[in-house]
Design a protein around this ligand. Structure first.
Ligand SMILES: *[C@@H]1O[C@H](CO)[C@@H](O)[C@H](O)[C@H]1NC(C)=O
Ligand SMILES: *[C@@H]1O[C@H](CO)[C@@H](O)[C@H](O)[C@H]1NC(C)=O
Length: 307
């Protein structure tokens, strides 16, 4: 009886339903616009430097004095321990090695592939500490770069980057560790270490933080250990020994492309995303957290060689 006894409901309901359908159109349009503008963010980020972003502050003339001895150190190990296949570093050195060798030659630096120093009891990424430590006595600065990085603007010298962060200080009074920061904190993928006792102690303590070693995960733990060390430094020690570049894109840019995760990060930390997104003209790209690293590296190499 229920339905038939209330036929007068029907006329009232019909227009309401079509009202609702009318509303669908603008909200679908709005979603489409949001989606499209989100997708176009990628190309906006690629032009960030043309749009006024300044990663490399003009610090005037490179200070005189003897040329600093700088080593560019890297290694790449197949993930015998930890790491899943898609995120593997396999074959990366073959793809990026030449790019770095050429850059080093042009700038008068030594490029050192320290892959033979890998300690196989930990995920390979930890061995960067051993690699840097092994060269520290031979150079003024060691410039560490993970295997999943590329020099994308070879007309920017390491001296210019150091000067942009350190200023015109002489070698003895320079800070010892120069880092960049992303949304999650300091990044262990690319950094500078100065030859000093402090640096040596720092590297030894970092290597000893074995509680952070992660096995069988896509995270190796060395970056978390570094974050922990930086957090636990007394503030006066931090101030005299560590510098974090105000702009991540000074030497550690990440390619930006739309996913749920990057969308969320863009909304929660727009400034940090902007400061770290890879743009044409940036010094170095870091394929941090990306799968198919080799494909990415090949694609970016093609782009920079064409321009
Ligand atoms: C690191 O650990 C080794 C072995 O346990 C120890 O000999 C060394 O003193 C430690 N170094 C630092 C800086 O903690
Ligand atoms: C490389 O960087 C310099 C200095 O920031 C800039 O003037 C130049 O346009 C960049 N090169 C390319 C190919 O973008």
């Amino acid at each position: 009886m229920g339905i038939r006894s209330r036929p007068w409901d029907l006329p009232g309901k019909l227009p309401r339903r079509s009202n609702r359908r009318l509303w669908l159109l603008p909200s679908a349009l709005l979603s489409l616009i949001l989606l499209l503008s989100f997708y176009s963010c990628g190309s906006v980020f690629r032009r960030a430097n043309n749009l006024g972003r300044n990663c490399l502050p003009d610090s005037g003339q490179i200070s005189g004095g003897p040329k600093m001895r700088i080593a560019m150190v890297s290694l790449s190990g197949e993930s015998r321990i930890g790491g899943d296949g898609r995120r593997s570093f396999e074959g990366l050195m073959e793809t990026v090695g030449e790019n770095k060798r050429e850059y080093a030659e042009k700038g008068g630096y030594d490029f050192i592939d320290a892959s033979d120093l890998i300690d196989i009891s930990r995920p390979p990424s930890w061995s960067k500490i051993l690699a840097v430590r092994s060269q520290l006595q031979n150079y003024d600065w060691v410039f560490w770069n993970d295997a999943d990085t590329l020099v994308t603007n070879s007309s920017i010298s390491l001296e210019r980057i150091l000067q942009a962060v350190v200023g015109n200080k002489d070698f003895q009074s320079s800070p010892d560790l120069i880092l960049t920061e992303d949304i999650t904190g300091v990044n262990a993928g690319i950094f500078f270490v100065r030859r000093s006792q402090w640096s040596l102690d720092f590297l030894n303590t970092w290597w000893n933080l074995t509680a952070f070693v992660r096995l069988g995960s896509s995270k190796s733990g060395d970056n978390d250990a570094l974050k922990y060390m930086i957090r636990s430094l007394p503030s006066d020690e931090f101030e005299s020994h560590v510098r974090i570049s105000p702009m991540q894109c000074l030497f550690n840019s990440y390619p930006w492309f739309p996913t749920w995760k990057t969308a969320l990060r863009l909304i929660t930390s727009p400034k940090t995303t902007w400061q770290g997104a890879y743009s044409n003209g940036d010094f170095m790209v870091h394929l941090a957290g990306l799968d198919e690293k080799r494909k990415w590296a090949v694609k970016i190499l093609k782009e920079i060689n064409q321009s």
